[in-house]
Ligand binder design. Structure first.
Ligand SMILES: *[C@@H]1O[C@H](CO)[C@@H](O)[C@H](O)[C@H]1NC(C)=O
Ligand SMILES: *[C@@H]1O[C@H](CO)[C@@H](O)[C@H](O)[C@H]1NC(C)=O
Length: 249
């Protein structure tokens, strides 16, 4: 058991060169699996009947730190798996999306984009989702989660952000459909929202230059509308050039 674990750890740690998104995603999954296995092992170590202690929880923790250090300190160049990825998401307030919900969230974005003939679909970005989770988990807000004031990732990417709040549990697709409902408030020719109405969430969804999205769902007991869906986007939408708002597409 120890040996298999160690072999797995080394396999993950040494695979950090130039990889495709699919490979990175698979690695992130492996890391999550490893984290689960570590928890599983810790529980066995903690809860087994007294007698001889052959492998304690601290030894296991030490190995995780060892792995994180490898990820943190290896020479720069392309960072395909960062230490944050290894830390996975630390988000006790998250109500994690299922794979199906993630696909439906993407689908909801991409069908709104297709409706205005945008051919470039959004794809899911786990690092963005992790970034979003680490912020949303703090549950800062009163009626609705406040926007993250510092939407810059450690890899230098700046992000756009849409937030949806609800008193009951909702999925990502429902959040997106509320944003897409703002379409009727948006006039393409004048590139503006109807007086007193919102349309900026919609323009982010159909921002043609945006290619990556990562979303998170949290339950915040301190916020009036407890359930929040937050999506972060790269590159951000709603941008201006020389103070003139760009058109989304
Ligand atoms: C999308 O393309 C169709 C077919 O070419 C066209 O009729 C429609 O007006 C286009 N819609 C937008 C929003 O550009
Ligand atoms: C776009 O603008 C709306 C307000 O109009 C804002 O709520 C939303 O967060 C913005 N989205 C991005 C990605 O900047």
């Amino acid at each position: 058991m120890k040996l298999i674990l160690l072999a797995l750890l080394i396999a993950v740690a040494s695979a950090a060169s130039s990889l495709s998104h699919k490979q990175i995603r698979r690695m992130n999954e492996q890391v999550r699996t490893l984290d689960n296995r570590m928890d599983f092992l810790r529980n066995i170590a903690k809860n087994r009947p007294g007698a001889k202690k052959v492998l304690d929880a601290d030894t296991l923790d030490g190995r995780m730190d060892f792995l994180r250090n490898i990820a943190k300190n290896r020479p720069a160049g392309k960072k395909v798996l960062d230490a944050d990825g290894l830390d996975a998401v630390s988000c006790p307030n998250c109500v994690e999306f299922t794979e199906v919900e993630i696909q439906e969230t993407l689908e909801a974005h991409n069908s709104a984009r297709a409706a205005v003939n945008i051919t470039v679909p959004l794809t899911w970005d786990n690092d963005i989702a992790t970034f979003a989770a680490n912020y949303a988990n703090q549950c800062i807000g009163t009626n609705i989660l406040a926007h993250n004031p510092n939407r810059k990732m450690s890899d230098g990417r700046s992000l756009g952000e849409n937030i949806y709040a609800s008193s009951g549990l909702q999925n990502g697709a429902r959040a997106v459909s509320s944003w897409v409902n703002e379409k009727s408030n948006y006039d393409y020719n004048s590139n503006s929202c109807a007086a007193g109405k919102m349309c900026g969430h919609y323009t982010q969804v159909v921002w043609a230059k945006t290619i990556k999205v990562g979303c998170v769902r949290v339950k915040c007991n301190n916020i009036k509308n407890k359930f929040q869906v937050l999506c972060d986007y790269f590159p951000p939408g709603n941008v201006s050039t020389n103070k003139v708002k760009q058109k989304p597409y």
